[in-house]
Design a protein around this ligand. Structure first.
Ligand code: HEC
Length: 447
C-alpha cells in the first residue's frame, strides 16, 4: 500500500496513460512483473507458463466447439463431423483443441519433471505442489472426458475400457462405474454426464486450482536453482527476461500446434457402434503406458494393477514433499531421483512397446488381408467352407484358427499327405511368402 500512496502523490511520475489515470494500474503491474526470481531468469522455468497458455487455448477453442457440438448419441458424431467438414475454420479450431490437449499434457509433464528434479516441491512449497498434483489429475480428467465426446468408435470403446477399470475397484467399483456411466450401460446419460463434467465441473475446478497455485506461488515465491548459493547470489525480476523467455516458448509451441492443426485432420473414426465389440480400443497417448502395463498383468491380478498402480502413484505424489530431508540438490536425493528416472524409463518403454505392437498388428492385418485374396485365387473355396461359403470336400475352416497353429498349417500346406495320411487335398505350390499370408489369414478364423 505504501508504494501506491507514494505513487499517487508522486509528481515525479511524468506521464500516465489514459487507463492508468483511471484505474491506477501502474502499482499493480509493477507488483505482477517485479516478482523476484532467485538465481535469475532461465529457460528451465518456462513450462508452467506454457501449461497455463494451453489451458487458455483449450478454454477458448472449447467455447467455439460448444457452439456446434450436440451432446447426445444420435447427434454428437454428426455434429463433430459437421464441425470438421462444414463449419468455417471448424476443423482448424478442433485441431487446435485436439493438439492443444496433447501440448498441455507435454507441458504439464515437463513442468512436473522440472519441479521434481529441482526438488522445488520441498518445504515451504508443499501446498503449491499439492495443488499442482490436483491440477495434473484434473487435466487427465479433462482428457478422459473429452475423448468420449466425438462419440466415434475410438471414443466409445476406449471409454468402455476406462469405465470397466473403475469397475474393478474393490467393494465400491460397480457403484462407481454406474455413477460414471449414469446407469448400467454406456449411452445418452454417459455422454451428457461426460459433457457436463468436461465443460462445467472441470473448468470450474481447474480455474480455482490454477488461481490457488498462482496465489501460493506469489506468496512463497519461485524456488529457483537447487544450489542455495546460486539462488542467493542473484535475484532478477520476472520482467523483462523471464517474461520474454516464456513468451518465446509459448510462441514456438503454439506455432507447432497451429502447424499440426492446419495440416493434420484430428482423428474421427466411424460412429460409435455398441454392438461392434471386436473394435480394438486404444486410449489417448497419455494413458497408453498404463494401458500397455495392464497387458503384462495376468487376469486375476488385474484389479490390483488397475487400482493398485494409480493409488501408489497418487499416494507417492501427495506424500512426496513430506518425505526426505531438506536438501534440494539431486545428489542429496538419490532415492527420489532414482525412482523418478526408473518411472520415466518404464513409461517411455511402455509407450514404445505399445506403438511397436500396434505396428506389428497392422502389418499382420495386411498380411491376413493378402492371405484372404490368395485363398480365393488358389481355389480353396472349391473344397472348404468358411461361414457357409464353399464346398464340402474338406473340413469346414470357419474356426480353424482355434484348432491349428502356424507350424501345423505350413507343414500341412507343403505336404498334406505327410501330415494327414490319405488326404486328398493337393499340395500348395506357392512361395513361402504366400503360405505365410495364407496362414495369417486362417489364424484369424477364430470363435
Ligand atoms: C480338392 C479339395 C481340396 C482343396 C482344393 C483344398 N483342400 Fe484343404 N483339405 C481338403 C481335405 C479333404 C482335407 C482333410 C484332410 C487333411 O487334413 O489333409 C483338407 C484339410 C485342410 C486343412 C486342415 C483342416 C484341419 O483343421 O484339419 C486346412 C487348413 C486346409 N485344408 C486348407 C486349405 C487351403 C488354404 C486350401 C487352398 C490353398 C485348400 N485347403 C484346398 C481338401 C481340399
Amino acid at each position: 500500500m505504501a508504494d501506491e500512496r507514494e505513487h499517487n502523490a508522486g509528481a515525479a511520475v511524468p506521464r500516465r496513460g489514459w487507463l492508468d489515470e483511471r484505474l491506477n494500474l501502474a502499482p499493480l503491474l509493477r507488483r505482477l512483473l517485479e516478482e523476484p526470481i532467485p538465481g535469475g531468469a532461465s529457460w528451465i522455468y518456462i513450462f508452467g507458463s506454457v501449461t497455463l497458455f494451453f489451458f487458455v487455448n483449450q478454454a477458448l477453442t472449447g467455447m467455439f466447439l460448444a457452439l456446434y457440438y450436440a451432446p447426445a448419441p444420435e447427434s454428437a458424431y454428426a455434429s463433430v463431423r459437421f464441425i470438421q467438414e462444414s463449419v468455417a475454420l471448424g476443423s482448424f479450431v478442433r485441431g487446435l483443441h485436439h493438439w492443444g490437449a496433447s501440448a498441455m499434457m507435454v507441458a504439464i509433464g515437463l513442468h512436473i519433471l522440472q519441479t521434481y528434479l529441482y526438488g522445488a516441491y520441498k518445504p515451504p512449497r508443499e501446498p503449491m505442489w499439492t495443488i499442482g498434483v490436483v491440477l495434473l489429475f484434473l487435466t487427465l480428467a479433462f482428457g478422459f472426458t473429452g475423448y468420449l465426446l466425438p462419440w466415434d468408435q475410438r471414443a466409445y470403446w476406449a471409454t468402455q475400457v476406462g469405465v470397466n477399470m473403475i469397475g474393478t475397484v474393490p467393494v465400491v467399483g460397480e457403484t462407481l462405474a454406474r455413477v460414471v456411466r449414469g446407469g448400467d450401460v454406456m449411452g445418452a446419460l454417459t455422454l451428457s454426464r461426460f459433457f457436463a463434467v468436461h465443460v462445467l465441473f472441470l473448468p470450474a475446478a481447474i480455474v480455482l486450482g490454477i488461481a490457488l497455485h498462482l496465489f501460493i506461488l506469489r506468496r512463497v515465491g519461485p524456488a529457483g536453482p537447487f544450489d542455495e548459493e546460486r539462488a542467493r547470489a542473484r535475484r532478477e525480476p520476472f520482467y523483462p527476461r523471464q517474461v520474454f523467455m516464456d513468451a518465446v516458448a509459448i510462441l514456438v509451441v503454439f506455432l507447432a500446434v497451429v502447424g499440426l492443426a492446419s495440416s493434420l485432420p484430428s482423428p474421427l473414426a466411424d460412429p460409435a457402434d455398441p454392438s461392434a465389440s471386436s473394435f480394438v480400443p486404444k486410449p489417448e497417448w497419455y494413458f497408453l503406458f498404463f494401458y500397455q502395463l495392464l497387458k503384462y498383468v495376468p487376469g486375476r491380478w488385474e484389479s490390483l494393477a488397475t487400482v493398485g498402480f494409480p493409488v501408489v502413484v497418487i499416494v507417492f505424489l501427495f506424500a512426496l514433499p513430506f518425505l526426505g530431508k531438506r536438501g534440494r540438490r539431486p545428489a542429496q536425493r538419490p532415492v527420489a531421483i532414482g525412482a523418478g528416472l526408473l518411472f520415466l524409463t518404464a513409461v517411455f518403454f511402455l509407450i514404445a512397446e505399445s506403438i511397436r505392437q500396434d505396428r506389428l498388428l497392422a502389418a499382420g492385418d495386411q498380411r491376413a488381408e493378402r492371405g484372404k485374396a490368395i485363398y480365393q485365387q488358389l481355389g480353396c473355396v472349391g473344397c472348404h467352407r468358411i461361414h457357409g461359403m464353399g464346398g464340402a470336400v474338406g473340413p469346414d475352416l470357419s474356426y480353424v484358427g482355434d484348432a491349428r497353429d502356424r507350424d501345423w498349417l505350413i507343414r500341412h500346406f507343403r505336404d498334406p499327405q505327410a501330415v494327414v495320411p490319405g488326404s486328398v487335398m493337393p499340395r500348395i505350390n506357392a512361395p513361402d511368402e504366400d503360405l505365410d499370408a495364407l496362414t495369417a489369414y486362417l489364424l484369424t478364423l477364430k470363435k
